[in-house]
Design a protein around this ligand. Sequence first.
Ligand SMILES: Nc1ncnc2c1ncn2[C@@H]1O[C@H](COP(=O)(O)OP(=O)(O)O)[C@@H](O)[C@H]1O
Ligand SMILES: O=C(O)[C@@H](O)C(=O)COP(=O)(O)O
Length: 410
Amino acid sequence: MIGAIADDVTGATDVAVALRRRGIRTLLYFGLPPQGAEAPEHDAVVIALKTRTIHKADAVARSLRALRWLRAHGAAEQVYFKYCSTFDSTPDGNIGPVLDALADAMDAPIVPMTPSSPEHGRTQYNGYLFVGDVLLGESHMSHHPLTPMTDSYLPRLLEAQSAYRSGVVTLPHVRGQGVQRRLAELREQGVRYAFVDALEDDDLMTAGRALARAPLVAGAAGLAGGLAAARAGAGHGEAPAPEPSGPAAVLAGSCSARTLQQVQAMIEAGRPAYRLDALADQNADSLARAALAWYDTLRQDTGAPLIYSSLEPAKLRRVQEALGAERSASILEAAIGRIARGLVERGVTRLITAGGETSGAVVSALGVPGGVIGAEATRGVPWIFTPSGPALLLKSGNFGDPRLLLEASR
Ligand SMILES: Nc1ncnc2c1ncn2[C@@H]1O[C@H](COP(=O)(O)OP(=O)(O)O)[C@@H](O)[C@H]1O
Ligand SMILES: O=C(O)[C@@H](O)C(=O)COP(=O)(O)O
């Protein structure tokens, strides 16, 4: 059985649906699964953590707890550590510290990985990560509020955060000379982390077949899809994918280029929109109260509203200079969590959130333990049906076309 540990909740939904698409019956939990919970038949478990930007010791402790749970429940035959397809991290971590801890705990001699996800425009070549046709460090990710990415060479990025050496399985190895052969060479050279080049889905499928027996693998959802495809013989066909209904609302806390376009599309379509301004009010409670009071004034026929804090890079910098990056993020995340609770109390049954950290804040504020994976609003962004809460669409900041938020909230 595959056990996946994801460093944020949007990443968890992305990897869960990548497994499910290949007929792998997948359970998704937000945090450690509740004790004694009855689980339907399954072939994979995904545990969504929120460890991407917290203190690294805490990230390591939570990830090891997740590993212990997977082992105790027979779900650690192969462990997949899901990080972002744009390698979101800082020189402190948390990808490196978490991987070091997992690799040590599992005694994994070498950990193959790749953030490549060609369907989202992320590709790895000679160890460099591209976003569309530019290098990661030259992409919009260099402006990220919490994890600005300014380098593009993956071994260097990981070595800065890890106690171990990194190397590359280059494309000629993937496409001919052999992934296993290259991994053996790298092991001899004392390398513990092997970034596998992949430009196309076929490369991920080849890598997935070669890595079917690796105890610990890491990366974005693309390689998880390759591993799942390698097991597809044991698959159960794609499960039915229900669509939710009922009143919807959109909460956007991502400042990624794609979310900014999606927010703009909602505003241009005339949807009611309310901006959370942390410069004007630094109290999460009163920010949330004011937003909910605004929501209470809306007519029924306006279309689903948008509440957002998303700002373009120059304005975001001003907020961060005034309040600090961490403080402004934590005020806004706390406010959005409270707003989510207030919206559900007011009858919202479809909640759409943009941004990984933002979605994590919403999931913890709602206290939902996990959910059943439903239809994808767009590739990698499935509806999640929670047992007693609303249906959730947890959208990675960078995913979806510019009309996604508008259309998903119709
Ligand atoms: N106006 C703002 N000022 C400062 N920080 C902000 C603002 N709006 C959003 N943020 C913070 O930026 C972070 C965005 O991260 P996240 O939600 O993971 O989005 P993405 O998926 O694009 O990475 C969140 O912690 C959020 O609270
Ligand atoms: O791999 C990806 O790009 C996503 O699954 C992901 O991790 C999303 O993170 P956010 O952009 O922070 O939502």
